[in-house]
Write a protein that binds this ligand. Structure first.
Ligand code: KG4
Ligand code: ZN
Length: 352
């Protein structure tokens, strides 16, 4: 089954053609990150305006790449080729219906509805957060086996999800305030680093770790981490800790040191809770990591070391952050089409 997938929930405009939930035939992505770097964070209207501009070129680019890769021969010129490819080769259209920024979601959803109606294809709405779990099914020789624990850590969400099957899905822990990625971004801003903050903090932290390999970075708080009654997390206190470390008189903390403290506090909080989840749910033999923060190399290293009793799935780095291929994978495995005339984008689209 070949799915054309569209993702526009935040600052990316992405389109992919994915076969059988795993094989990426083509993938195209345009980001408006440089606009948000200038404003120090995302202004939703700016993101949506850029998506309107990028939507059709990204769609065309993904389809042209697929046509080239599959050596698809249409009857006439290039433009007709795209229409023919859509008509003959695509089995369904998938789209992120939420959660996300509403103006951004609307761009992708309306485009997907139009394609589904025009070419008479089934339309499969996808939950963006759940799709991050399915990034680990892409181009994988050993996809995740149920039941498993998923940890999704992105700019908008931090969730532990119990995955019993493609349809039996339950959130068993989540952040009570900021998401892990949000904490990275907010602290980076305080440090004067550019958006998105996660990769920047990670860069500074790796300098510090190389210079001081034997120092333990345990100065910042890890709220809720030692509370064994809950799998919930909390990251909003990090901003305050970070601001204090920057502003305190006589503080001789370097940017590199503060960045490392932030990274370590977030990574350790996530690992404490992942360990607790495995103790509480011994049936899990595998963990699936996903979302932008899962690109963090300290998180990946420490998870491999401290949770060595389970098999860890980490998507390829380009599929940790937002992309359309994961939307195509999620749509394939959960395959629940909806009438294009009734689909509505929603900033709080339910997980299941
Ligand atoms: O999944 P994603 O692309 O978008 C959302 O669904 O939110 O995640 C974006 C988040 C941003 O907060 C960004 O700072 C963070 O992922 N991120 C990282 C890294 N790369 C991206 N955080 C820590 N370390 C990284 N290497
Ligand atoms: Zn995301």
């Amino acid at each position: 089954m070949k799915i054309l997938a569209i993702e526009t929930s935040c600052d990316e405009t992405a389109v992919a053609v994915v076969q059988d939930g795993s094989n990426i035939i083509s993938s195209a992505l345009a980001t408006s990150q440089e606009v948000h770097a200038e404003t120090g964070g995302i202004i939703p209207e700016n993101a949506a305006r850029k998506q309107l501009e990028y939507m059709i070129p990204t769609l065309t680019s993904a389809l042209n790449k697929a046509i080239e890769k599959e050596n698809f021969k249409g009857s006439t010129g290039k433009e007709d080729n795209i229409k023919e490819y859509l008509k003959k080769e695509i089995d369904a259209i998938a789209v992120t219906a939420g959660p996300g920024l509403i103006g951004s979601l609307l761009v992708g959803v309306e485009c997907a509805k139009t394609l589904a109606l025009t070419f008479n294809k089934p339309l499969i709405p996808v939950n963006h957060v759940l799709a991050h779990v399915y990034a680990s099914y892409l181009e994988s020789d050993s996809p995740p086996q149920f039941p498993y624990l998923a940890l999704i850590v992105s700019g908008g969400h931090s969730l532990f999800i119990e995955m019993r099957s493609h349809t039996e899905i339950k959130v068993i822990g989540e952040t009570r305030d900021d998401a892990a990625g949000e904490a990275f971004d907010k602290c980076a801003r305080l440090l004067g680093l550019k958006y998105p903050g996660g990769p920047e903090i990670s860069k500074f932290a790796s300098i510090e770790r190389k210079q001081n390999p034997n120092v333990s970075f345990s100065f910042f708080p890890r709220p809720l981490s030692h509370d064994e009654t809950t799998l919930d997390m909390s990251f909003s206190g990090l901003k305050t800790a970070c601001a204090r470390a920057i502003n305190s008189n006589g503080s001789n903390f370097s940017k590199e040191r503060i960045a490392t403290e932030i990274e370590e506090a977030i990574v350790e909080s996530l690992i404490f809770k992942a360990k607790l989840a495995l103790i509480r749910h011994p049936q899990f033999k595998e963990i699936v990591l996903g979302g932008g923060v899962s690109a963090n190399s300290r998180l990946q290293d420490l998870m491999q070391k401290r949770l060595s009793e389970v098999h860890l799935h980490i998507p390829k780095v380009s599929y940790t952050t937002d992309n359309a291929a994961m939307i195509g994978a999620c749509a394939y495995y959960r395959n629940s089409p909806i009438d294009p005339l009734v689909l509505e984008a929603s900033s709080s689209y339910p997980l299941v």
